[in-house]
Design a protein around this ligand. Structure first.
Ligand SMILES: Nc1ncnc2c1ncn2[C@@H]1O[C@H](COP(=O)(O)OP(=O)(O)OP(=O)(O)O)[C@@H](O)[C@H]1O
Length: 489
């Protein structure tokens, strides 16, 4: 049977030492490929109760599973496929601090799955295949090369519809140590930016690409993506406008990513790649012969219940629309992937008792499909409408901002041309026999043109300023509504 195009896994991170010390509760249970989240709630009459949500995935990974075990069961088979010409994409989605970086890139004590893939690749590929790396980051819709001093990059679509990231460095690596050194340089560049540019890793998507070439022709590609923190997409109630705008961009890219994966699984002809910078640059990875692994990372801590639920719902939506064929293939793969017993995992990893296919209905309020499609964070309807309006306005502002910058540039060019005319005029007036009426008329014309240009730009600016103020008002309304709602709960 054909391998599934998409595998959706969820990984639970353990409580941190700090959380244990604070007495926080672990509210997530992994049983086979099922994740159960029990959220402590309080009713209006102050009685406490537990709300239970059950989700079923291709793989559910508990807190005892190491990166090596995860790699062996889910990623290693894909590495082999990459050598055989398949484009592989692995991405981690989840709240800040839920374990995305830990899974993808590792930390000082633990190796990430990209490193494990590299070890295998260097062992498996024949000498005729060369390996190279690119590593870049998307921050505020801008691309930065992590292997070249964070040079800003531009993504362009060529005549054949292929997206090319102009200037992206691709470093050829001959052995695993060289590979690790190169990626480490990129990780350091990301960390330095966090400290110096007031940037926060949870607000950027990091994309590490390993390219396999034979006689200079790309034959396979593996992309490991550490996404921005999913909760960042809901920064509507943030006080800083730029943070809200960044949040809207992150929200847009995560929703577009979900749409692209769904379209990919349904073999749709039209895939909405242009929906965001992230999906635009990943277009190539999602077309043709490709396979994707999504790892939703969740915290087990009760105070993160809301965010964990949102991640579980997002992952559930990604796999929900799977075609019957690919669903069968995924089930088959899940059985084949059963982890060897030497791994200290729950042994029901894949072939445990068959769990319910869909999520248990939330008992307090229902979400309809449209709501989940449009925002990541679920709120009651009224707030959602405000959020929708806010989102729409942010998109408008982003477009207007780009248009304003272009108009400003054109304005400067026009002013330079008129200033040249000004200078010529003055030179002519300094000539003997010049006619004062001509000079006055001409100067009047040039000045009127300049005033016209300034007025035009000013009115565009005025409109933009008005929309910024509207956004501020709308955000305040969202905040008020959000806090009122919290108070009621
Ligand atoms: N499965 C795990 N087992 C043990 N520790 C983990 C696990 N997942 C995450 N951690 C620890 O939790 C902390 C947060 O993880 P990590 O930095 O990977 O989060 P993140 O989702 O990448 O956050 P951000 O979006 O801010 O980059 C780290 O200290 C990490 O070592």
């Amino acid at each position: 049977m054909e391998a599934p195009k998409i595998i959706v896994a969820v990984r639970k991170r353990p409580l941190s030492k700090k959380e244990v010390k604070e007495g926080q509760k672990d509210i997530v249970e992994v049983q086979g490929n099922t994740v159960i989240l029990r959220e402590p709630r309080v009713k209006v009459d102050l009685t406490r109760f537990m709300e239970e949500f059950t989700f079923n995935f291709d793989a559910a990974i508990d807190q005892f599973c190491s990166n090596e075990e995860l790699y062996k069961s889910l990623v290693q088979p894909m590495v082999q496929a990459a050598i055989n010409g398949t484009k592989i994409t692995c991405f981690a989605y989840g709240q800040t601090g839920s374990g995305k970086t830990y899974t993808m890139l590792g930390d000082q004590n633990v190796v990430g799955i990209y490193t494990l893939a590299a070890f295998d690749l260097f062992q498996m590929v024949p000498n005729s295949i060369s390996i190279s790396v690119s590593f870049y980051e998307i921050y505020c819709s801008k691309l930065f090369d992590l292997l070249n001093d964070r040079q800003q990059l531009v993504a362009r679509e060529d005549a054949k519809g292929q997206v090319i990231i102009a200037g992206l460095s691709e470093c050829k690596v001959n052995h695993v140590q060289e590979f690790l050194k190169t990626v480490d340089m990129g990780i350091k560049s990301r960390v330095t930016a966090q400290n110096s540019v007031n940037q926060d890793s949870s607000r950027s998507h990091a994309i590490l690409q390993i390219n396999l070439r034979q006689s200079n022709k790309m034959i396979g590609k593996l992309s490991f993506i550490d996404l921005a923190g999913s909760e960042r997409g809901a920064d509507v109630v943030e006080h800083h406008r730029q943070t809200r705008i960044d949040g809207a961009e992150i929200n847009k890219s995560l929703l577009a990513l979900k749409e692209c994966i769904r379209a990919l699984d349904l073999n749709k002809n039209h895939t909405p790649f242009r929906g965001s910078k992230l999906t635009q640059v990943l277009k190539d990875s999602f077309t043709g012969n490709c396979r994707t692994l999504m790892i939703g990372t969740i915290s087990s801590c009760h105070k993160d219940a809301e965010h964990s639920l949102n991640t579980l719902r997002y992952a559930d939506r990604v796999k929900e629309l799977r075609t019957p064929q690919s669903s069968n293939a995924a089930d088959q793969l899940a059985r084949e992937l059963m982890l060897p017993r030497q791994y200290n995992l729950n042994n029901q990893f894949f072939d445990g008792p068959s769990a319910p296919r869909s999520i248990s209905p939330p008992k307090l309020f229902e979400l309809d499909e449209k709501e989940e499609d449009e925002i990541i964070y679920h709120e009651p309807n009224k707030n959602l409408n405000l959020k929708d309006k806010h989102e729409e306005l942010i998109q408008k502002i982003l477009k207007e901002e780009r248009a304003l910058k272009t108009a400003h540039r054109d304005h400067i060019d026009d002013l330079v041309d008129l200033t040249k005319e000004d200078m010529k005029l003055l030179q002519m007036y300094n000539q003997p026999n010049s006619i004062v009426e001509d000079y006055v008329d001409e100067l009047d014309r040039v000045l009127s043109l300049k005033i016209g240009l300034i007025k035009k730009l000013k009115s565009r600016l005025q409109q933009f300023k008005q929309h910024l103020m509207d956004e501020q008002d709308l955000s305040l309304q969202c905040q008020t509504h959000f806090y009122q709602k919290q108070h009621q709960n």
